[in-house]
Design a protein around this ligand. Structure first.
Ligand SMILES: Cc1ncc(COP(=O)(O)O)c(C=O)c1O
Length: 359
């Protein structure tokens, strides 16, 4: 079977370095918020082109903490998309606010700025664009509307490590930006992990307080604000430091594989598009077909695994459908047609050619 992702293969590719890093942490006697986390935060911030990064427990926490750092809470509304991981909406609900879903652009599957203005109410505090699949959302369209309305912009970069908009990396545009290091991500830990990044020292300070019970660094055990416990641990930080050094190469490999797909796939399926001025990092390689389900079944029969990201838009899910009673035609049609083909840092050109031939 050609898998959609292969987490073990990526570990094996850098095994000696990861094993060495883990040994270093084990011997250090310090396992939470120590030198590895501090070093990773500095290295990841530099890599993203931002002032600072704050390591947290996972990407959902990163979004929740970022929203709270911006003062979002009960009674507020936060605009985002329903075509994303449930985590985006779950984090908004965790903050006490209500997600308001708007439709997506049918080409990039990201928030359609044309839908944004109409969704803003006096209760709207923030907008969370999701750089889905590794392609940046339309920031030129989103920012002027958000800024005019006085909204905070929090980028969901969970799928967009290294994606670029006009030559600048995703995560360097919003008031705050949130990353996940879930193992399948372009930069994946061997467990959970996340980070909030920003150029705003005051917001970063609040994020640091919120991630550990509201404790200021000089006065542990005494909470200044109501925080949570969401710390990146030393082992994951050490693993992420190893993998970060390979990330540019891995992203380049993903892009090379995407080019092989683009050349080899038949015109009967709709291929992903890289908009001018954007750099797609193909966290997922998502095609579209009106005959998605039969295509998927036939691929499975010939040894090609596929995924669907995501099968049911959030506004249609039992847990969330009461929140935002909207119809989102582009989102709903996409959910029935999208198919994620194998895409990972260790897949080979030959494997991608086999998938193309099978399709
Ligand atoms: C778009 C998006 N946002 C947020 C998250 C949440 O990240 P995590 O799984 O680390 O909580 C994910 C990943 O699952 C994601 O894909």
């Amino acid at each position: 079977m050609i898998p959609v992702v292969d987490l073990r293969a990526e570990y094996v590719a850098v095994k000696a370095e990861i094993d060495g890093a883990l040994q270093r942490v084990l011997e250090s006697g310090w396992y939470i918020l120590g030198q590895e986390v501090a070093a990773f935060e500095a290295e990841f911030a530099a890599w993203c082109g931002v002032f600072q990064a704050v390591g947290v427990g996972n990407g959902t926490d990163a979004l929740h903490i970022a929203l709270r750092a911006c003062g979002v809470g009960a009674g507020d509304e936060v605009i985002t998309v329903a075509h994303t991981a449930v985590a985006t909406a779950a984090a908004i609900v965790l903050s006490g606010a209500t997600p308001v879903f708007v439709d997506i652009d049918p080409t990039t599957y990201t928030l359609d700025p044309a839908q944004l203005a109409a969704a803003i109410t006096p209760r709207t505090k923030a907008v969370v664009p999701v750089h889905l699949y590794g392609h940046p959302a339309d920031l030129d369209g989103i920012f002027p509307i958000a800024r005019d309305a006085g909204l905070r912009v929090i980028e969901d970069c969970a799928q967009a490590h290294g994606a670029e908009w006009q030559g600048q990396r995703a995560g360097s545009f919003g008031d705050l930006a949130c990353f996940s290091f879930y193992p399948t991500k372009n930069l994946g830990a061997l467990g959970d992990g996340g980070a909030v990044v920003s150029n705003d020292p005051a917001l970063l300070e609040r994020v640091r307080l919120l991630r550990e019970y509201g404790w200021p660094p000089q006065n542990r055990y005494v909470s200044e604000i109501e925080g949570v416990n969401s710390r990146l641990d030393e082992m994951q930080a050490a693993i992420l430091r190893v993998k970060l050094a390979h990330l540019d190469g891995w992203n380049a490999h993903r892009r090379a594989l995407a080019a092989v797909y683009a050349a080899g796939l038949p015109d009967s399926v709709i291929k992903p598009v890289e908009q001018p001025g954007c750099r797609h990092v193909y966290h997922l390689y998502v095609i579209r077909s009106a005959e998605r389900d039969s295509l998927r079944e036939k691929l499975r029969a010939v040894g090609v695994a596929t995924g669907i990201h995501y099968p049911l838009p959030i506004h249609r899910q039992t847990a969330y459908r009461h929140l935002s009673p909207v119809t989102l035609p582009v989102t709903e049609q996409a959910a029935g047609e999208i198919l994620s083909l194998p895409m990972h840092s260790t897949l080979t050109v030959e494997q991608i050619e086999q998938v193309c031939a099978a399709i």
